[in-house]
Design a protein around this ligand. Sequence first.
Ligand code: AMP
Ligand code: ZN
Length: 140
Amino acid sequence: MTEHHSDDCLFCKIIAGDIPSIKLYEDDRTYVFMDIMPQTRGHHLIIPKYHAQDFFDLPIDWANACLATAQKMAIAAKAGLESDGVRIMQLNGAAAGQTVFHYHVHVMPVMKGESMALHARDMEKPDVLQPIADKIIAAL
Ligand code: AMP
Ligand code: ZN
C-alpha cells in the first residue's frame, strides 16, 4: 500500500496493481513503469510510493529517492536502448502541463535528431512497449 495513499489516484492504483502497467523496476520507495503515451522510444515514469500531488507537496526524502531511481533508470535506458541522450522532465501544476496529480519524474531516452511526440497524446500498444521495456530491464 502506498504511504499517504489516495483512493482515486491513477498512479496509486498502478502501484497497488489495481490498474495494469509495464513495470521496469521497484524498490521500497519507488515504482517505475512505461509511459503509455510515450514522447520518445523508451519513455518511462518514476513515482514515489507516497501519494503527493507534486514537487511542492512531496517530502524531500521521497524526492531524493525518486531522483536516485531516475539516475539508475537513465543509465540503464541509455545503455539498453543505445540512446544518445536522456531527457528528464518533471511537471508541477496544470499550468505547467501536469495531467496526473501524483508526483512523477519522466525519463525519456533520445536518439540524435529524434523529435519528441506531443505530451500525453497518442496511446501506444503494450506489445510495442514490452520489448522496449525488456531492453531497459536487461541493462539494469
Ligand atoms: P504529466 O502530464 O507530467 O502529469 O504526465 C503524466 C504522464 O502519465 C503522461 O506522459 C501520460 O502519458 C502518462 N500516463 C497516463 N496514464 C497512464 C497509464 N495508465 N499508464 C502509463 N502512463 C500513463
Ligand atoms: Zn497517488
